[in-house]
Design a protein around this ligand. Structure first.
Ligand code: TYD
Length: 230
């Protein structure tokens, strides 16, 4: 059996990447592919427990390195329990955020030495690098406005961008609460990764309508992966 394809979605807050990850998974399924759709932090029972801890808005001030190690721990379990078995079974794995989020949130825009994160990534991710990373790019101001709309939408009412995945207390997480400069850095970081690794990454314009973004994502998957597979 051939190994499956590993696709990750990355981007700042309110970029619409979660919606697009779900849409791509649906499209692949409709085309007859076996798909596992998952997310980070989380994706396995143990990693979801760590997610609840990491994103808890009531968390005391803590060490940025300790936090990065929690993301790494969650990722190690997610890879071992979910991602690697699915790829070995020949499935597509579509993951909402992965190691580029650590590089950008904790490293580029954060407070952890990037070289340390590089070493951690080597240990945790090993050979399970994404075959394709879709960076959904959007100006920080627009992304933040969308994210705050999501936070202020009552749970029983459909938000414009995406359905809340969990109780609002957790969604109102600390990362979204940071200032505009931080979110501008995030955008810069993701675009920089895509520039440095063009074989792996494709940047799509998140300001387009969800249908148009989905079309761009599908074009990237076809040209980068599906055409190659046939
Ligand atoms: P989530 O509610 O899933 O946000 P989003 O819809 O933007 O993905 O919360 C995940 C948060 O965790 C998000 O702010 C990005 C952050 N994060 C990191 O800081 N490092 C990481 O390695 C990952 C995977 C996520």
């Amino acid at each position: 059996m051939t190994a499956g394809w590993f696709i990750t979605f990355e981007g700042g807050e309110g970029s619409g990447k979660s919606t697009q990850a779900k849409r791509l998974a649906d499209r692949l399924t409709a085309e007859g592919h076996a798909v596992t759709v998952t997310r980070e932090p989380g994706g396995s029972p143990f990693a979801e427990r760590l997610r609840a801890l990491i994103l808890d808005p009531k968390l005391e001030t803590h060490s940025p390195l300790a936090e990065a190690l929690l993301f790494a721990s969650a990722r190690a379990d997610h890879l071992e329990q979910v991602i690697r078995p699915a790829l070995a079974a020949g499935r597509f794995v579509v993951c909402d955020r992965f190691s580029d989020s650590t590089r950008v949130y904790q490293g580029y825009a954060g407070r952890v030495e990037p070289r340390l994160l590089e070493a951690l990534e080597l240990i945790i991710v090993q050979h399970t690098k994404p075959d394709l990373t879709i960076v959904v790019d959007i100006p920080a101001e627009i992304g933040l406005a969308r994210a705050s709309l999501r936070l202020n939408t009552p749970p029983n009412q459909a938000p414009s961008e995406k359905t809340p995945k969990q109780p609002r207390s957790l969604l109102a997480d600390r990362f979204e609460a940071r200032g505009l400069d931080f979110h501008k850095k995030l955008r810069e970081g993701f675009v920089e990764i895509a520039r440095l690794e063009p074989q792996r990454c494709v940047v799509v314009d998140g300001q387009k309508s969800p249908d148009d973004v989905a079309r761009d994502v599908w074009a990237a998957v076809q040209s980068r992966l599906l055409n190659e597979a046939t």
